[in-house]
Write a protein that binds this ligand. Sequence first.
Ligand code: GLA
Length: 464
Amino acid sequence: MAINPPKLKIPLVDNERLQNLKNEFERHYGESPNFYACAPGRVNLIGEHIDYCGFSVLPMAIEQNIFAAVSVNNSGTIQLANMNPRYNNITLSCSEEIVIDRTNPKWYYYFLCGVKGIQETFGITRLSGMSCVIDGNVPPSSGLSSSSALVCCAGLVTTEANQKSLSRVALAEICAKCEQYIGTEGGGMDQSISFLAEKGTAKLIEFEPLRAIDVQLPAGAVFVISNCCLEMNKAASSHYNVRVVECRIATKMLGQAKGLNQKGLLKLAQLQKEMNTSSEEMLLLVDEVLHPEPYSREEICKALGITSQQFSTELLSANTQHDVGSVAVTHFKLHQRAKHVYGEASRVLRFKNVCDCKPAESIQLLGDLMNQSHASCRDLYECSCPELDQLVDICLKSGAVGSRLTGAGWGGCAVSMVPSDKVQSFLQAVREAYYLPDPRRAAMEKQSLFVTKPGGGAAIYVEG
Ligand code: GLA
């Protein structure tokens, strides 16, 4: 399944967006692009905050993507420009080490993560010179994975520009790993779906080993994305990494209670596998072993028999240790987080099962699972926010059978499942109840409320 070559031919004549990208490229660099690369954003239908615990998730690619126009040259530099004037241009030398400053995220750092990932994979000492113009239409900081799409696009561009070839699975794994240079300990969902998506089908993404299995969504319903218009940049706060850490500690505490070897035991899925048991059994174990009151660092150290120093180096991430942008994390809600993870992991499998077996009440069953997922994200994982809760509520009142936050949360988008014959009235009702009453939201409505279908994965194109 190598991705490069082959390249796909793309006619620019009827494609206004790509024609504009090409024109801007020529204006900016005085030459024509050699190729184009694109990587899509995604919407996660169910399975939130469980990929980094090793559990399967169920996203689909969206139509919105990051496109890059690229020329390869012997300038000895990597030049980046963006169609959006909000993002500044940047030039760096090919012989300079790529440094990503975690304390001060800039748009192009995501691009550089992708470049660095490929450079390290192949041990390239001097990268090919290249000039790029980027055009993204995935709404930023909205839970639709605009940043991972940029990392994936950069990974693909760098692979192609340096005449290397990788499988889609390898590209996904490399990009998931290298995005962590930004400082967030993300799982691999976003990069995997960006590379492994296929038009017309959602995917069950399994990890270790990474694989994507088709999931045919039922006829008779569509998925609608709505942005609550509150931006959430997960690299600029510690919420996300705190959850990763809480899951890691919960794994250790549960493993300890079961007398398992702690070495290398870091993920809740790994624990379940070692115990060779069901999610339902794991939920019982969580109730039995962990208390709902938050745990202090001292209590955890005592239970695990580790020093405070070991706690910092082995369990906390860089982001939570140095506490970027918020107060120091002193308490950890292990019971609630583990309950969410095992419950959500089981919902993903039930969702897939309904899609495969297609019972008469499929749409209702899937909607129920989405609603349970939102409640769990809101109450147990605490990754929602008042705006998202209000929006989800409005979506349900407007005719959705299921609605939930999608992506990391704490802002960004909800995804709703709406019977096809109710879509128009649904859109109108959500518009009136959520967007129009607020001038700021009203101004963003067009790119914030839309129907989406499973799109295709990352690709390289040449004009043709
Ligand atoms: C972000 C991360 C993903 C995943 C989601 C939450 O999008 O990049 O890996 O953890 O949040 O499900």
